[in-house]
Structures are given as structure tokens and as C-alpha cells.
Design a protein around this ligand. Structure first.
Ligand SMILES: Nc1ncnc2c1ncn2[C@@H]1O[C@H](COP(=O)(O)OP(=O)(O)O)[C@@H](O)[C@H]1O
Ligand SMILES: [Mg+2]
Length: 255
């Protein structure tokens, strides 16, 4: 597994996480989920998907979100990403309580502070890789030249320098997901939310894309919450949260 550091210690015991512990005295979480509750109603039936889910994500921290299908991982990511409202509980992005924000400000917050990566890339098919990374920046008002410069820099860093003019259909699965990663980071968000980002890739490609994603997270100070069914990848993150009975529990995955 390429992503593992040479140390045999589990990730949470490595020096890397020591830095995060020290930071906690001064740093504020990029994302705080506080007692999030969400119930879906299907006819007479109430499904209590989230039942008091809470966690803090510190800058530079990559956190795995695991749990069986139907546990509520996607629901939690949508709520954290301000795409959906909880029934109760609070979402703080960069110390701002997002429940109080008017719609327009919520949307701005989502576009500028949050990057999404989905299992299926969801790139715009009619646009090149470069344009897919440029467009979210233009939406926030960045000028075209600096947006293209930023897109080139990100795509080059992900090994896609000679693919920038390709459309999504002309890219491999791994290249599509790398482009989606570049797009998610384009506006320098505080938070990356990823829903099984390598779930559609073959194991070798999945490992390589994952390593690149981890490098970007650790070098940029963004916080990431990454839903995955891959326990090897989960173990390589700083913490693993298991969603069970609607709550988040920190677990250790044995080597
Ligand atoms: N819009 C919705 N309406 C009704 N039920 C939903 C809706 N979205 C999700 N659910 C239900 O909530 C539960 C959690 O779904 P989801 O968050 O997609 O879980 P996961 O991503 O962990 O597989 C499932 O039982 C699902 O059927
Ligand atoms: Mg899901």
C-alpha cells in the first residue's frame, strides 16, 4: 500500500497527529458538527438517520467516515456541505454558524469554503478538464487568467499537465477523479467532503488517487471528511469515524 508511512504505528500515533493536537489549543475547527439530527419520513414510517452526530475537523486533518450502506454517510456529508438542513443541531464552517445564514450567504459559503468530490466525477461533459477547474472560480468572481493559472497548477500537480484540453470522456477513470479533486480544491476551500471518491476505481488506481488526495489535504491545511468502504484507506487517515445508530464513534482499525 503506497499511502502508508514507513512507521508501523497506527496513523493516530504518528508525529503528524501530534502537530494537530498542539494546534488545537489555538486553531479553530474548519468544520464543527454539533448534535446533528435528521429523520426521513416515508409514509407512516420515520427513519432516524442521524441521531446526534457530532465531530470537529481541525485544519489539515483527514477523517474517514465509515459505516454500512444506508447508515447515513451521504446524508451527513450533504448536511456538512450545506446542501441539506438538519432537523436540529448546528454546522459551523470556519467558526460560523451556518444555520443562521440567509440562503444567498449559505450558497456563497458553500462555493468558497467547501469542495465536493463524488464517487462518479460529475464533471461537465462539454468542457475540458481545465475548464472544469476554471468554472467554479469564475462563479466566485475570479478573473479568467488567474483562474486558469490556478487550474494549470492544480492539474499539473496531479500529473495531468498533458490532459488539460481533454474532455471528461477522453480521460481515464483515475484522470477524471484527479480532475474532480482539482475542481474541489480550486477555490481554496476550508473543507473537502468526499463521498466514496475512489469507489469507482480499480484498486491500484484507487490507491494512487488516494495518496495524491492525502498529499493535497496535508499540504493545504484543508479539512477532509471522506466516506469510504475501503478500510485500508480509512486506516491511512488521521481518524476514523464510524456512523452507527445515527451517531459518530471514533474507532481504531487494526493493522
Ligand atoms: N431523501 C430521502 N428520503 C427518504 N429517505 C432517505 C432520503 N435520503 C436518504 N434516505 C434514507 O436514509 C438512510 C441513509 O441514507 P444515506 O445517507 O444515503 O446512507 P449511506 O450514504 O451511508 O449509504 C437510508 O435508509 C436511505 O434510504
Ligand atoms: Mg452514500
Amino acid at each position: 500500500m503506497t499511502g502508508r508511512a514507513s512507521s508501523d504505528k497506527p496513523t493516530h500515533m504518528r508525529d503528524h497527529s501530534k502537530a494537530i493536537t498542539l494546534d488545537q489549543t489555538t486553531a479553530i475547527p474548519n468544520l464543527r458538527l454539533a448534535d446533528i439530527r435528521r429523520t426521513y419520513h416515508q409514509g407512516p414510517r420515520a427513519i432516524h438517520v442521524l441521531n446526534g452526530a457530532s465531530t470537529d475537523l481541525m485544519p489539515g486533518e483527514a477523517v474517514a467516515l465509515v459505516g454500512p450502506s444506508g447508515a447515513g454517510k451521504s446524508t451527513l456529508l450533504h448536511i456538512a456541505g450545506l446542501l441539506e438542513n438538519p432537523d436540529s443541531g448546528m454546522v459551523f464552517v470556519d467558526n460560523r454558524n451556518c444555520a443562521d445564514l440567509p440562503d444567498r450567504e449559505r450558497t456563497r459559503m458553500r462555493r468558497s469554503e467547501i469542495g465536493f468530490i463524488y464517487q462518479f466525477h460529475q464533471l461537465l461533459p462539454e468542457f475540458s478538464a481545465l475548464e472544469n477547474v476554471v468554472i467554479p472560480q469564475l462563479i466566485l468572481g475570479r478573473d479568467k487568467n488567474s483562474a486558469e493559472e490556478r487550474a494549470h497548477e492544480l492539474l499539473t500537480g496531479l500529473g495531468l499537465a498533458d490532459r488539460v484540453r481533454h474532455r471528461p470522456s477522453e480521460l481515464s477513470g483515475g484522470e477524471q477523479q484527479r480532475t474532480a479533486i482539482a475542481r474541489a480544491l480550486a477555490n481554496n476551500p476550508k473543507i473537502i467532503l468526499a463521498d466514496e471518491p475512489t469507489g469507482n476505481l480499480d484498486p491500484g488506481t484507487s490507491d494512487r488517487v488516494f495518496v495524491q488526495l492525502m498529499d493535497l489535504i496535508r499540504n493545504s491545511g484543508v479539512s477532509a471528511l471522506i466516506a469510504t468502504h475501503n478500510m485500508q484507506l480509512a486506516r491511512d487517515m488521521d481518524r476514523v469515524l464510524r456512523l452507527e445508530d445515527g451517531q459518530l464513534h471514533e474507532i481504531q482499525i487494526p493493522a
